[in-house]
Design a protein around this ligand. Structure first.
Ligand code: COI
Length: 349
């Protein structure tokens, strides 16, 4: 069903897998499929290469584009696994739906993913520090300057071998008093490309002050803590794990929901509820705030070392026991070294 055109010679020998920069090296092949005249046509895997597109393509003007982030992991026997790929499939179609992009067929998605990763499986290296970051994305490709939904789209999957997302482990974040990433009725809950573009300016301003990321606050009062950078965010307060509930503004992260499940299994009370900066500062003052961490496909689980609000910096305890335990367990499942009791993983074959 999917046409496959293999490369004649792999580029893998030229890659320094010990010194990868996140998202800068791409595997030998890519998946591509076009939407024209009302249907998705001719899914194809071919050598990774530039695509030819006119400057009038609608995506360049109106940003009608969505994406996903997922990973493949290699176990100690050389088998390659995906983690909850159905969640990414459902979410890219939720994102597409919100951006008026036609939904992508399930069989093309899974067949394309499976064949692509099978072809490029040597690019997935074993060990918890290595994975293959998979980037499915869709964009508007009609040649037009009309500000309406495009009548043509391109769906692609490209893959990049990665190590960790952040270099270094000292993550200090700035609580935003001005900027928000999402508002009610908007697109914060989906992976619209523009959600990320809109973060670049505030994040680079924060970086000039020495912060790795911003904690996004609600668009009305900047009172509620919503996400951190490209991650969902969790607070351990008085032995209770608190995170924002999913709604119009919060991304329904696959790592987020997996961490909630694993925490509950450990008997930890988890509350999905709005959380105010004042509550977090009070908890910090009373020594009840023991951990803050972000979650996401790219970062997995990332402990935060300090947060700053209104120029006051609040340091967090160095021990991040819960974040570490949850991360180890999640990685164990993802790399097939722990029992997958929730049936989350899917083997590439
Ligand atoms: C992911 O964790 O997959 C993300 O969406 C982050 C990405 C923007 C690098």
């Amino acid at each position: 069903m999917i046409k496959i055109n293999k490369i004649s010679k792999s580029r893998i020998e030229s890659v320094d897998f010990d010194n990868l920069v996140f998202g800068k090296t791409f595997t030998d092949h890519m998946f591509i499929c076009h939407f024209k005249n009302g249907s998705w046509l001719d899914p194809e895997i071919k050598p990774y290469q530039p695509i030819k597109i006119e400057p009038s393509a609608s995506v360049f003007h109106y940003g009608q584009a969505v994406f996903e982030g997922m990973k493949a992991y290699k176990d100690n026997d050389g088998k390659v696994w995906l983690f909850r790929p159905n969640e990414n499939f459902k979410r890219i179609n939720r994102s597409s739906h919100r951006l008026q992009i036609p939904e992508f067929p399930e069989e093309y998605f899974f067949e394309g993913l499976n064949q692509l990763i099978k072809l490029d499986k040597d690019w997935v290296k074993p060990g918890y520090e290595n994975s293959l970051y998979i980037r499915p994305f869709v964009f508007a490709s009609e040649y037009t300057a009309q500000a309406t939904a495009s009548s043509e789209y391109i769906f692609m999957i490209i893959c990049t071998p990665v190590k960790s997302y952040y270099n270094g482990d000292n993550i200090n974040v700035l609580v935003s008093e001005k900027y928000s990433r999402a508002a009610n009725g908007g697109v914060g809950y989906v992976k619209a490309a523009g959600n990320y573009a809109a973060q670049f300016y505030p994040t680079s301003e924060a970086a000039k002050k020495g912060f790795q990321q911003i904690i996004w606050t609600d668009a009305n009062q900047h009172e509620f803590l919503e996400e951190a950078g490209t991650m969902n965010i969790f607070f351990m307060i008085n032995e209770v794990l608190v995170t924002s509930p999913t709604n119009d503004r919060i991304l329904d992260g696959v790592t987020r929901k997996s961490i909630i499940t694993l925490a509950k299994k450990r008997g930890i009370r988890v509350e999905e509820r709005p959380i105010k900066i004042t509550e977090v500062i009070d908890a910090h003052k009373n020594n009840k705030l023991t951990e803050v961490f972000g979650t996401g496909t790219a970062v997995v689980v990332l402990p935060i070392n300090s947060f700053t609000f209104k120029k006051i910096s609040y340091k967090l305890p160095k021990e991040t026991n819960l974040a570490n335990l949850l991360k180890e367990e999640l990685l164990g499942i993802q790399y097939n070294s722990l029992n997958d009791e929730y049936n989350w993983t899917r083997k590439i074959d």
